[in-house]
Design a protein around this ligand. Structure first.
Ligand code: NAD
Ligand code: APR
Ligand code: ZN
Length: 236
């Protein structure tokens, strides 16, 4: 394969697993302990906002002491060293990619560190636990504060930017995602339609495994750095 000129990378929970962040659908994953309909849907938030606040407060506190791993570092190095177009799209709401140095980054499912007021759409960083009486600093309302996370049934963020990058890329690499949730699970086909070479780097074959032109299975901290070095080496 010729060296690429435009790369899109998609990551999921598997890229953060070795940093100690739980995935969703692996054995013992988040959705085996909590029903996603209660904490990751607008209906769940309307039904019991305190339950949703408790869930995300715990996930935010659980990030204390969690560090980026070698896969995050390798992707930040690829962004720095690659002289073509580059975009990293993550489904993750943790901040490990940016803490590893990635900046050409889109959080399509939002960010755990941001709060969103459902009344006025103001977004701001949140550091203390969120509750139903949390005041919005912009509109002064209470009872509308939610994590700035895209829930099931809601549209992901920056989809136009992502679509444009997929249509222009000649290399698409999917890392640490089960390929269960759309629209992210369909990105491989959109890249393929653009003529891109598509690669899956995952612990095990994902739902969409057969759609990829190339696949490598193993731990992200092992296979991602090696893949990045091969890619940068190929560019000379
Ligand atoms: P979807 O159809 O895209 O995905 C539904 C997912 O729910 C499936 O992948 C399945 O794995 C999962 N699921 C179904 N039953 C489940 C169960 N009992 N326990 C755990 N998981 C279960 O969902 P959708 O409503 O069409 O979502 C579309 C939009 O929502 C997309 O834009 C997506 O980006 C967004 N989204 C965000 C989150 C989040 O938590 N940030 C989660 C999923 C989807
Ligand atoms: N190295 C590489 N891959 C790994 C590792 C690892 N150490 N550990 C787990 N994986 C892989 C699993 O094999 C699985 O395919 O990561 C994937 C994790 O899949 P999910 O738990 O379904 O997480 P993800 O694909 O990110 O979920 C997509 O669903 O619930 C929503 O919003 C949530 O963004 C999430 C979306
Ligand atoms: Zn507000």
């Amino acid at each position: 394969m010729n060296p690429p000129s435009s790369i899109v990378i998609l990551t999921g929970a598997g890229v953060s697993a070795e940093s100690g962040v739980d995935t969703f659908r692996d054995k013992g994953g988040i959705w085996s302990k909590v029903d996603y309909r209660d904490v990751a849907t607008p209906e769940g938030f309307a039904r019991d906002p305190a339950l949703v606040h408790d869930f995300y407060n715990a996930r935010r506190r659980g990030m204390a002491g969690v560090e980026p791993n070698a896969a995050h570092a390798a992707l930040a190095r690829l962004e720095r060293k690659f002289d073509g177009d580059f975009l990293l799209v993550t489904q993750n709401i943790d901040d490990l990619h940016e803490r590893a140095g990635s900046s050409k980054l889109i959080h399509m499912h939002g960010e755990l560190g941001k709060a969103l007021c459902a009344n006025c759409s103001n977004r701001h960083a949140w550091a203390a636990d969120m509750a139903t009486d949390t005041l919005c600093p912009a509109c002064g309302s209470t009872g509308y504060m939610r994590p700035d996370v895209v829930w099931f049934g809601e549209m992901p963020y920056h989809m136009e930017h992502i679509q444009a990058a997929l249509e222009a890329c000649d290399l698409f690499v999917s890392i640490g995602t089960s390929g269960n949730v759309y629209p992210a699970a369909g990105f491989v086909q959109e890249a393929q339609r653009a003529g891109a070479h598509t690669v899956e780097l995952n612990l095990e074959p994902s739902e969409g495994f057969s759609l990829f032109t190339e696949a490598e299975h193993g731990k992200a901290t092992e296979i991602v750095p090696k893949y990045v070095e091969r890619l940068l080496g190929a560019r000379g």
